[in-house]
Design a protein around this ligand. Structure first.
Ligand code: 57M
Length: 359
């Protein structure tokens, strides 16, 4: 909104010319989202505590988690409010991709909110059924995928990392591919959110990475130089990614070990969906496997554990899945697990950025 209000004044006051630059608006979108979380964080924690919206901790988990019971949760309300307000303030609101990503984020926010509402407020121990949650996620992602597919400027080709000339056109099946990326990323982030700061750290790192991907993919000259897909208009997603990273840093201020607040499904589901949607639009969908490598490993550890448990008649590969619990039960202190996962996430992000040159 500020872009529309203030850039128009640049003919009279040249200083407002700065609002045309995506880099400037990205920095301030990040700072705005960060400040919203920092300023409102303590009030949010007090509000959730007063409403007794505290985490129910299942007895199955590591014993060290028992003392976490009652920690205020649904902090995702604050994260998503910061992202939406900051994006609406600093992005070009005539940009189609901004609205598509916000639509998908809002849809997953609603699903996560309803799940948390049932679990934390109505005190139903399991919330939405797994099938119901997945179906709603697929529906929202499908609607987003169809809108992308029918948008005249958007191509249904996908990028294969490291391959410069091979980018297959998926046609109609592009919609299903987009659903897979968005729903998969959303649930992988959700599974990862099992230790203090464990999910929000890699979310910040992935958002910062896709901030760079969105910028170069939306810049005709840089895209041509790097020989990557040019997606006209997707540069505005740089600002949204800046808001996600800023909100994530603001939330991490309170979610850092020992956490004063958890994000809840109302945070993990939409954050993953936002990252998935940006990955799809910037044509770096498959690279999400690398950028979001921590999320992928967490999800795969669960799939392997549950699958092996079934075929082996009750035996386990890991001490407990997702894999962060395995390291906890091996004796790693929680902060050590968290920071080491962040280090891996940073290394994977750097590796993914290197593919822009390795083509
Ligand atoms: C999402 N939720 C955390 C918090 C957060 C199929 C199975 C793998 C499903 C999985 C599951 O239930 N996943 C749900 C993970 C939970 O965090 C809440 O959920 C929100 C995210 N959706 O925002 O509100 C617990 O995580 C801890 N936590 C922190 N700090 C944070 O900043 O310490 C979360 C955020 C919180 C808190 O203790 O209560 C979670 O872990 O449930 N199930 C599991 O992950 C369980 N694994 C398991 O059962 N493994 C089995 C089989 C099924 C694979 C096995 O290995 O044999 C573990 N989780 C729990 N208990 N709670 C272990 C058992």
């Amino acid at each position: 909104m500020l872009y529309h209000l203030l850039y128009a004044l640049h003919t009279r006051f040249s200083v407002f010319n700065v609002f045309r630059y995506i880099t400037f608006r990205t920095i301030y979108a990040g700072l705005t989202a960060f400040l919203i979380c920092i300023v409102l964080g303590p009030m949010m924690i007090r509000f959730l505590s007063e409403k007794q919206i505290g985490q129910y901790v299942r007895q199955l988990g590591p014993k060290s988690h028992r003392e976490k019971a009652g920690t205020p949760t649904m902090g995702g309300l604050l994260i998503m409010a910061a992202i939406f307000v900051s994006t609406l303030l600093w992005a070009d609101l005539t940009n189609f991709y901004i609205w598509i990503v916000l639509f998908i984020g809002a849809g997953f926010f609603a699903i996560g909110f309803y799940d948390d509402y049932l679990m934390q407020i109505k005190k139903r121990s399991c919330g939405l059924s797994a099938k119901g949650k997945i179906l709603l996620q697929v529906l929202v992602a499908f609607m987003g995928g169809v809108m992308l597919y029918i948008y005249p400027d958007f191509s249904s080709k996908i990028t294969i990392p490291l391959l410069k000339t091979f980018s297959p056109d998926l046609g109609y099946s592009y919609v299903l591919f987009a659903v897979l990326v968005i729903v998969g990323t959303s649930n992988a982030v959700n599974l990862t959110d099992g230790l203090d700061g464990l999910a929000i750290g890699p979310v910040i790192i992935a958002a910062a990475t896709y901030m760079m991907f969105a910028y170069v993919t939306g810049h005709v000259k840089i895209a041509d130089y790097l020989q990557i897909h040019y997606v006209a208009g997707c540069g505005e997603l740089t600002i949204l990614c800046g808001a996600v990273a800023g909100a994530g840093l603001g939330f991490l201020w309170f979610n850092a070990y020992p956490a004063q607040i958890f994000m809840g499904d109302v945070g993990s589901l939409p954050l993953g969906a936002l990252l998935g949607a940006v990955a799809v639009i910037t044509k770096q969908e498959i690279l999400m496997i690398v950028v979001g490598g921590v999320f992928v490993v967490e999800a795969v550890s669960v799939i392997l554990q549950v699958g092996y448990f079934k075929v082996s008649g009750g035996r386990r590969i890991f001490k407990m899945a997702p894999i962060h619990h395995h390291f906890e039960l091996k004796g790693w202190a929680e902060p050590k697990v968290i920071v080491r996962f962040w280090i891996v996430a940073i290394m994977l992000a750097l590796l993914s950025l290197s593919t822009l040159k390795l083509r």
